[in-house]
Design a protein around this ligand. Sequence first.
Ligand SMILES: Cc1cc2nc3c(=O)[nH]c(=O)nc-3n(C[C@H](O)[C@H](O)[C@H](O)COP(=O)(O)OP(=O)(O)OC[C@H]3O[C@@H](n4cnc5c(N)ncnc54)[C@H](O)[C@@H]3O)c2cc1C
Length: 305
Amino acid sequence: MHEKAHMFQSLKKVSRGTICIDEPMSKHTSYQIGGPADIFIWPEDQEDTAAVINFCNREGIPRFVIGNGTNLLVSDRGYRGVMINVTKAFSKVSCKGNVVTTGTGVTLNHLIEYSTEMGLSGLEGLIGIPGQVGGALMLNAGAFGLEIMDRVIAVRFLNSDGLVEIRKRNEIDAGYRRTNLMKTDILIEAQFMLDEGNPKVMQTYEENILKQRREKQPLSLPSAGSVFKRPPNDYAGRLIEEAGCKGLRIGDAMVSRKHANFIVNCHLATSSDVLRVIEEVQERVYQQFQVTLEPEIHLLGFDTI
Ligand SMILES: Cc1cc2nc3c(=O)[nH]c(=O)nc-3n(C[C@H](O)[C@H](O)[C@H](O)COP(=O)(O)OP(=O)(O)OC[C@H]3O[C@@H](n4cnc5c(N)ncnc54)[C@H](O)[C@@H]3O)c2cc1C
């Protein structure tokens, strides 16, 4: 406690941001699960974010940047270090011609609404993904045949020394739910090249996508979306369903009956409930198909990570 209080006081001296101590991660993840982060901070702007990076470097404190927490499973013990949320720091969207420039703390849904209003088309397929632009870029989020990196021109980020760098799209290696952007970097801004589009046509397409999401996904219960990556030439959901895992429940975590690749929090699930379901599904799928399912969600604060 003393150490945390010390961290809190020292950080207050270098940052203008809002800082909390022992902040429950269950408040910041779509799973609504996760123990406390020692320190949770919302830096004010780019300079302030760099100050937080430098502070953590100097003090040797681990740090993690969180977006909307929609792809995260945080352990019940929480996170020992500084959790950084850039929602406030990088929240502007603008456009010039067909180029949209956005802060990474903006939600994908807001970015798409903005682009649609501006008659700029190309990102609509990502509507309904509940994350922020930063998280989506990091993981190359995708849906309906589109990946976010398909439209990126360049990203701007703070490197591990808190210095600004720019990476053009052709300098980023990206594939299915992965990029080689460094986990130690904090993405701050991205530029997208879009096409001219008709807002009415775009809206209709978006509504259709949202309808499909509502029909196929268990959106009434907390989750982190698809838990496992698609294995080569197959679908995780198909393998999980055929391995008889739909409805598999440990504690309050359950493989959704609506979409087998979702593990939902039925109400009071703990992280260890979810982790045990993940392991059980992996085991059963491996026994039946000799396929190792690789998690798509990020596990944070567990022994091995
Ligand atoms: C109901 C539901 C449906 C979903 N559907 C889809 C889907 O169709 N397609 C899909 O791809 N995903 C889907 N997801 C998963 C998730 O929404 C996406 O992966 C999203 O892009 C994660 O963004 P986030 O802001 O929530 O990131 P977080 O979960 O907060 O973080 C994810 C990773 O990104 C990093 N990160 C976040 N912000 C930054 C930043 N500014 N700089 C550097 N690193 C950062 C974090 O450190 C972490 O490693 C779904 C999730 C849910 C709950």
